[in-house]
Write a protein that binds this ligand. Structure first.
Ligand SMILES: Cc1cc2nc3c(=O)[nH]c(=O)nc-3n(C[C@H](O)[C@H](O)[C@H](O)COP(=O)(O)O)c2cc1C
Length: 219
């Protein structure tokens, strides 16, 4: 299969405008925090769809777009997910996680209780697709983790830009999501993202981010 090529449409902006846009975006993004205490307040599902549309513009290995985003709004399904997630998380916190991991999590104040899975108005479950079957042949996707990670980053950024809060949640192991959401065996759960407005009394740990010189080198 060959692609046709077309002229790339590009509108150059001035350096000043780049700087202004960059600063504006940084101001929005630096306010993002993982929220674990959501308001039940609902909003139009179209906002979530728009963010997923944005995520879908992400680059991916050989443009295979190896992702699926499932929006869960049904209270019944959210409850089912909470029960299954808490079962796994209880086991993880009480038996599976090594002490060093528990020590790292302790300052964040997390435990196996996941009320937010029922309270947040929407859950987005991100699946990665390692391969597809076509003409009875398995077609492998490339750089699947990298591709889905990039798309998910864009999803979080889009939601943040729309004033919505998220949590990047990984109730491990996550196979139960494949069953509850009835996804085929080639779709593997990647992340579970509750989305909504923070509760009025929501608190976040007072953590800091590494400063630029710690994360950047110029050569
Ligand atoms: C891949 C990944 C998995 C995570 N899993 C969980 C999780 O299962 N539960 C949770 O409460 N937070 C989880 N987090 C959130 C991190 O704890 C959080 O991003 C980190 O503490 C920094 O806080 P911030 O997001 O507010 O900047 C996860 C984050 C990432 C990137």
């Amino acid at each position: 299969m060959e692609y046709k090529f077309r002229k790339f449409q590009y509108n150059k902006i001035s350096e000043d405008e780049s700087l202004e846009k960059g600063k504006e975006f940084y101001e929005v993004m630096k306010k993002r925090r993982s929220i674990r205490n959501f308001s039940p307040e609902k909003f139009d599902i179209g906002l979530i769809e728009l963010a997923i549309k944005t995520a879908g513009t992400a680059p991916s290995g050989a443009n295979k777009q190896p992702w699926r985003f499932v929006i869960v709004e049904s209270p019944v399904v959210k409850k089912e997910i909470r029960i299954a997630a808490e079962k796994e998380e209880k086991e993880s916190y009480e038996r599976r996680m090594p002490q060093s991991w528990l020590d790292d999590l302790a300052p964040l104040g997390t435990d196996w209780h996941k009320e937010f899975l029922e309270i947040a108005p929407y859950l987005i479950v991100v699946f990665k697709i390692d391969f597809v079957k076509s003409d009875n042949e398995l077609k492998k996707h490339y750089y699947v983790n990298e591709s889905v990670g990039l798309a998910t980053g864009m999803l979080l950024a889009a939601l943040q830009n729309m004033g919505l809060s998220t949590l990047t949640h990984t109730p491990s192991p996550m196979n139960f999501l494949q069953k509850i959401l009835d996804r085929p065996s080639n779709e593997k759960p990647y992340l579970l993202i509750p989305v909504g407005y923070p509760a009025e009394d929501a608190e976040v740990p007072d953590i800091t981010k590494k400063q630029l010189p710690e994360i950047m080198l110029k050569i």
